[in-house]
Design a protein around this ligand. Structure first.
Ligand code: DI6
Ligand code: FE
Length: 397
């Protein structure tokens, strides 16, 4: 395929979006084989099926690198109760909170989970997303953690989208292990990881390091098992308090540390040294009406790569719009539109350990989003508006 008359945001790390005006992109099978100014296009690519983009903007296909898109039920009633003045305890006593999602996920069949996820995944694809990370973490026993990961894989079989799975057995302590978090790690979380890995269901291992979840020492036990299995790690860190999760992640050479509202400059330095990506999740900040913002300036000054994701989940971020998360990252956290777009392309790929996506250059996958906009800043600027014109996934329109 040959795309002509394109404005190409290559996101290749050169300044100003790596923008090429009057550009051309050639693809063969599922790969980009050439990209650059049309006047430099080699003759060998001119005999291909040609699409004139009329000056439209082409970006790499977007990558949502942190989602809990597979889950049972929803928490709209809990949202309503909180707005009616119910306290957190009242919500919990009425069966709300994360435990209600665990119950709904356990009682769902794998097909139910796939059907529910597809409603959100389709919204993501409609916004130019081509790769989605999906976590387990609402099963919290071996059988149901495996069911969630199998459902994530099944989504990829039913839609033109790439799925990367993260095992999040250390997300919360289930009711049957109340006050026995250590036993949960040893008896469920670690054996569940071994079982999921044996089935080929784990691309990365994640955890929730927080007062209401697991301590750094407990997470370290899960990360040690991941290391012995050769699986990369990432971590929900410093979302509600600073427990040292970001430094733990850096110590383990994590792909990413995510949320980071309570991270500080020392955390940013440790992450920079380890090459750990900061995944910024403005949807959770917004939904929880958090007031502490992640230390964007410290990440910038230390050269920590920043990604942006939806955190799509039924509790703290019931959001499936990656474009909206880009807007929020700019308006709430003062990221630039270029940082936001880098955060859902090049740096999102890095947060998933992918070296074949997130930029437009020869050799990478032909996953492209074509937009009816004049300038890439428009993608972060508009609110609740989807300018996607067409999407190319694996070289297919
Ligand atoms: N941090 C979050 O914001 C979500 N999980 C996590 O580790 C919350 C998940 C939920 O409330 O269902
Ligand atoms: Fe999350």
């Amino acid at each position: 395929m040959l795309l002509l008359n394109a404005t190409v945001a290559t996101m290749d790390g050169t300044p100003a979006y790596g923008l090429v005006e009057q550009g051309a992109i050639a693809t063969r099978a599922d790969r980009i084989v050439w990209a650059g100014p049309a006047r430099d296009l080699p003759a060998e690519f001119t005999d291909q099926e040609t699409i004139d983009l009329g000056g439209r903007l082409v970006t790499p296909g977007l990558i949502d690198c942190h989602t809990h898109v597979v889950h049972g039920g929803n928490r709209a009633r809990e949202f309503e109760m909180r707005l009616e003045g119910a306290t957190y305890e009242e919500v919990a006593r009425a069966g709300g909170g994360i435990v209600s999602t665990v119950a709904a996920t356990r009682s769902a069949t794998q097909d139910d989970l796939v059907a529910g996820a597809l409603t959100r995944v389709d919204a993501m694809i409609a916004e130019g997303v081509s790769t989605i990370e999906m976590k387990s973490g609402y099963g919290l026993n071996v059988e149901n953690e495996l069911k969630m990961l199998r459902a994530a894989k099944a989504v990829a079989a039913q839609r033109p989208v790439r799925v990367r799975t993260s095992y999040l057995g250390a997300h919360a302590v289930p009711p049957e292990y109340r006050d026995r978090a250590d036993a949960y790690i040893d008896e469920v979380c670690v054996p569940g990881l071994e079982a999921a890995h044996a089935e080929g269901l784990v691309d990365a291992v994640d955890g929730f390091c927080e007062g209401i979840a697991f301590s750094p020492a407990q997470i370290a036990r899960v990360f040690d098992k991941a290391g012995s299995l050769g699986i990369p790690v990432k971590l929900h860190a410093e979302q509600l308090s600073n427990l040292g999760g970001a430094r733990l992640a850096a110590d383990y050479g994590a792909l990413s540390a995510d949320h980071l509202e309570y991270a500080n400059a020392a955390d940013a330095q440790a992450m920079a040294k380890a090459g750990t990506v900061a995944v910024i999740l403005p949807g959770a900040f917004y939904t929880l009406r958090e007031t502490a913002a992640p230390p964007i300036d410290a990440f910038r000054e230390n050269g920590v790569p920043m990604a942006v994701a939806t955190d799509c989940n039924p509790g703290s971020s019931p959001m499936s719009s990656l474009l909206l998360s880009m807007n929020m990252a700019c308006t709430l956290f003062r990221m630039t539109p270029e940082e936001a777009l880098t955060g859902v392309t090049r740096n999102a790929a890095r947060a998933l350990g992918l070296d074949d996506a997130g930029q437009i250059r020869p050799g990478l996958r032909a996953d492209l989003a074509i937009w009816d906009v004049e300038h890439p800043a428009e993608l972060a600027y508009r609110i609740g508006f989807n300018p996607l014109w067409k999407r190319i996934y694996g070289g297919e329109l």
